[in-house]
Design a protein. Structure first.
Length: 85
């Protein structure tokens, strides 16, 4: 995720005048919606059940995640959000 075509911020995220770069309200909403969508897909009971067919022990018989399943999905969530940035 970049700040835009017309942005002149450097690698450190600061503008030429030394002030820190800030995101627009629209960009903040965009990133929030991305995060919500990814969280819905990753922390869904159907996702846990589907992954449980590949890796046993991810969820119980009701589709609720085990500790291992929750930690694994949290790691996947973290990497997916990072890849979106």
């Amino acid at each position: 995720m970049t700040c835009g075509e017309n942005c002149n911020c450097g690698e450190n995220g600061k503008l030429e005048n030394g002030k820190k770069h800030t995101l627009t309200n629209l960009k903040k909403w965009e990133y929030t919606l991305y995060t919500t969508l990814v969280a819905f897909l990753v922390f869904n009971s159907i996702t846990y059940s589907t992954l449980n067919t590949l890796i046993n022990g991810i969820c119980d018989s009701k589709g609720c995640p085990t500790n291992l399943g929750f930690i694994l999905h949290l790691i996947v969530f973290t990497f997916l959000i990072r890849m979106l940035m």
